[in-house]
Design a binder for this molecule. Structure first.
Ligand SMILES: NC(=O)c1ccc[n+]([C@@H]2O[C@H](COP(=O)([O-])OP(=O)(O)OC[C@H]3O[C@@H](n4cnc5c(N)ncnc54)[C@H](OP(=O)(O)O)[C@@H]3O)[C@@H](O)[C@H]2O)c1
Length: 334
């Protein structure tokens, strides 16, 4: 079977498409014929910063894949041959709190990833995918979809009438826009692009702000909410945006701290003064994934895919992510 591999710290240009041996699944494992991958900013960072991150080489990249189970190992009961499944970002996080062990089971980093025609996964580390989704759509769920779900539902405890602030129009933020709309919340979303803001409005955003032309967008958020601020902020920007996000969030509001797109430092005093709950989150558990899938099935939600690349074009997908022209997700067919 063919798989893309990171073989050096040479970045996207050094990725190799290699023929690898496949093996039978061992006890508690399944073999999945991958049909699609979705890429995340994290996958791009791992490819471009491999050695500093201590990723063992060679390494198959990507955490997010969807396909069919083609073989099961001894003792596997959760799934059967023929099931349509997606990978869990963390192979060992069925439920409960995150832990060092959970983090050591991340695909496409600590463990081999899924940018391959076949992958051996833990039977505990796959979920059945909603029937109305194709493989490309399902491949967007494990990281971006689940992170946005956890930010809004588990951390944000979103409810109808809440105001949700989203930064940019990448994978996580567009999922969060779709979920917030499902829950009857109203969304304020920022972007560097007016054209992307138009697309966000078409998806249900209540208010939009161009953060290039309105660099003090936190003031705009406070004004739009009548001086109150957002109830929930999904923070994907990191050090460069967090201070403004704190200012844009209401007293006793909640911020889900997710992203590292920008660098910078913050003064924590406003977090205390405003009694804000700031919760760091790292994707989510299989239980959360299954709950999210129930909501996706019940609502008929379809993930937003900006571009689909062929398996042979995988490096172009990472280049597209670096250029940040996308709205929602970038997907690679397998
Ligand atoms: N903690 C976790 O579990 C977890 C999970 C998933 C992702 N993440 C992190 O979350 C971040 C987003 O991930 P993603 O996969 O959604 O990335 P992505 O699809 O590549 O999204 C990138 C988008 O972010 C927006 N952006 C960039 N700089 C910005 C800024 N200064 N202010 C506002 N928006 C800005 C841009 O939107 P516009 O083009 O509209 O301006 C850009 O297109 C990354 O740092 C990623 O590593 C963390």
């Amino acid at each position: 079977m063919r798989a893309w591999q990171i073989v050096s710290d040479g970045g996207i240009d050094a990725l190799q498409l290699n023929a690898l041996e496949t093996r039978e699944p061992g006890p508690g494992e399944v073999r999945v014929r991958m049909r699609a991958n979705a890429i995340n900013y994290r996958d791009y960072m791992i490819i471009t910063d491999t050695v500093a991150r201590g990723v063992p080489l060679p390494r198959i990249p990507n955490s997010d894949g969807a396909g069919e189970v083609v073989a099961v190992g001894e003792g596997v009961r959760r799934v059967a041959v023929g099931d349509r499944v997606a990978s869990c970002f963390f192979q060992q996080w069925p439920a409960g709190e995150c832990s060092d062990e959970v983090m050591a089971s991340a695909l496409g980093g600590a463990r081999e990833g899924v940018l391959a025609e076949e992958a051996i996964l833990s039977a505990e580390g796959v979920v059945r995918i909603p029937e109305h989704l194709d493989f490309a759509e399902a491949a967007t769920l494990p990281c971006a979809g689940l992170t946005a779900w956890r930010a809004l539902v588990e951390v944000g405890r979103v409810k109808a009438g809440d105001t949700v602030l989203l930064l940019g129009t990448g994978g996580v933020s567009i999922f969060a826009l779709q979920y917030a709309t499902l829950f009857g919340a109203r969304v304020i979303i920022t972007s560097s692009s007016d054209a992307k803001l138009d697309r966000a409005r078409a998806l249900g955003a209540w208010q939009t702000i161009n953060y290039r032309t309105t660099p003090d967008w936190e003031r705009a958020v406070v004004e739009l909410t009548g001086g109150r601020g957002a109830d929930i902020t999904v923070e994907v920007g990191g050090g460069g945006t967090l201070q403004r996000s704190i200012e844009a969030t209401r007293v006793a509001g909640r911020i889900a701290l997710i992203g590292v797109l920008t660098g910078g430092t913050i003064d924590p005093v406003a977090i205390m003064r405003k009694s804000i709950t700031l919760q760091g989150i790292y994707v989510g558990s299989r239980r959360m994934f299954e709950e999210m899938n129930r909501a996706i099935t019940a609502s008929g939600l379809r993930p937003v895919i900006d571009r689909r690349f062929a398996f042979d074009e995988a490096p172009d997908a990472y280049r597209a992510m670096a250029q940040a022209g996308h709205f929602g997700k970038l997907v690679i067919g397998v």
